[in-house]
Design a protein around this ligand. Structure first.
Ligand code: SAM
Length: 362
């Protein structure tokens, strides 16, 4: 994985070009970022205890947040000049952004203007999705990932600080009716309760044609409070727990090396009826850094090549000082070149990023 990466030369320098990264977001380990995670707001309507503190959140000021034209300008540079092929709208909670439809439609239009298939996706907690699902689909959003950690209303309230499971479930129904394809549901495995609930979460998704993805908890950021047991769940216990109720068969065909999930076909216990697919995302125990093709833009225009590193470049500030598209593209490429080879979680010299996941864009 990460250890197998070797530093590469700046090909452009060898070829005598002035700007080796002019057309792509390439790093010094030979990876190229094609997937832009665009965090459109740091605000969230839930207070998941492992992500945001329930009180005392220091929000980015309204003046610092990029407006829709600034976001679309940076997305345009990424798509037209830097080889970005897909954009995922995230946050914070992206649905809280009043101009989200305008942003989604603008990015869809930018892809079309560049002569490429629009690839626009959304990650959301689904709490406010019901009234917006059809309009988002019409604005060009094709794929939706829903984050839902439990189907138990009391535990939902405990984790998120809000008694809102019913709204999230309504959002999921509305998204299914709006025809997003594919739909995935992400569950962070927090503790023993997550482990017990896992088969029901998988069943819920299989019954609806949603791909369920279990995510290993990442000890990350300034707020690493967990619900339930103080002991972190050993992620390797998940597959055996699921295999008491389902038969899982690893998917070997059409593997997208950049997709973080190890995918499985799910069958009934007898192995006769195929029920759907699911994925395990073990970012900590089995890092996928060697295949990472992501770049992240915060709501204030900070580029973060890696979710776990403080390495950044403030394109928002540059843009407001009057930088040209060329200068912004060069700066984005230059900071990408410095992307670390791996996230370093669990290593002695690892320092948690100084800003929360909600600001960087989960
Ligand atoms: N509000 C949106 C949502 O809920 O999907 C988008 C932002 S949220 C930060 C994105 C994802 O990051 C969610 O699925 C959340 O559960 C996950 N997440 C946040 N902190 C995490 C952590 N420490 N480990 C693993 N996943 C985490």
């Amino acid at each position: 994985m990460t250890e197998t990466l070797t530093r590469v030369n700046r090909v452009g320098q060898a070829a005598g070009l002035a700007s080796p990264w002019a057309l792509s977001l390439r790093d010094s380990w030979g990876r190229t970022a094609r997937d832009l995670r665009l965090s459109v707001t740091d605000r969230c309507d839930l207070r998941c205890s492992y992500c945001l503190p329930r009180e005392g959140v220091k929000w980015v000021s309204r003046q610092e947040l990029l407006d829709s034209s600034e976001i679309l300008r940076l997305a345009g540079i990424a798509i037209h000049r830097l080889g970005i092929t897909q954009v995922r709208l995230t946050g914070g909670e992206p649905l809280l952004r009043p101009d989200l439809l305008e942003i989604a439609a603008g990015i869809t239009h930018t892809f079309a203007a560049a002569g490429r298939d629009p690839q626009v996706a959304l990650t959301t907690n689904a709490r406010s999705l019901a009234p917006l699902a059809s309009a988002l689909r019409a604005a060009g959003v094709q794929r939706v990932n829903i984050s839902l950690d439990t189907l138990d209303p009391a535990r939902f309230a405990e984790i998120t600080g809000r008694d809102e499971l019913a709204s999230a479930l309504e959002g999921i129904d509305a998204a299914l009716s709006a025809g997003f394809q594919p739909m995935k549901m992400n569950t962070v495995m927090l503790d023993q309760v997550s482990l017990r609930e896992a088969p029901d979460l998988l069943r819920f998704c299989l019954e609806r044609g949603i791909e369920w993805r279990a995510i290993e908890y990442m000890p990350f950021g300034p707020h690493t409070v967990r619900v339930g047991s103080a002991e972190q769940l050993d992620f390797s216990k998940l597959r055996p727990a699921l295999e008491r109720e389902f038969r899982l068969s690893p998917v070997h065909e059409n593997i997208d090396i950049h997709a973080p999930a190890t995918r499985f076909q799910v069958f009934d216990l007898a192995g006769t009826k195929r029920l759907g697919t699911m994925g395990l995302i073990s970012s900590v125990s089995t890092p996928f850094c060697a295949d990472c093709n992501r770049t992240r833009l915060s709501p204030t225009g900070l580029v973060r090549p890696c979710l776990f590193s403080n390495l950044s470049c403030d394109l928002g500030a540059m843009l407001r000082r009057g930088a040209s598209d060329d200068e912004l593209a060069q700066a984005w490429a230059a900071v990408t070149w410095e992307k670390p080879s791996g996230h370093g979680l669990g290593q002695q010299d690892f320092h948690s990023p100084t800003i929360p996941m909600a600001q960087i864009g989960g």
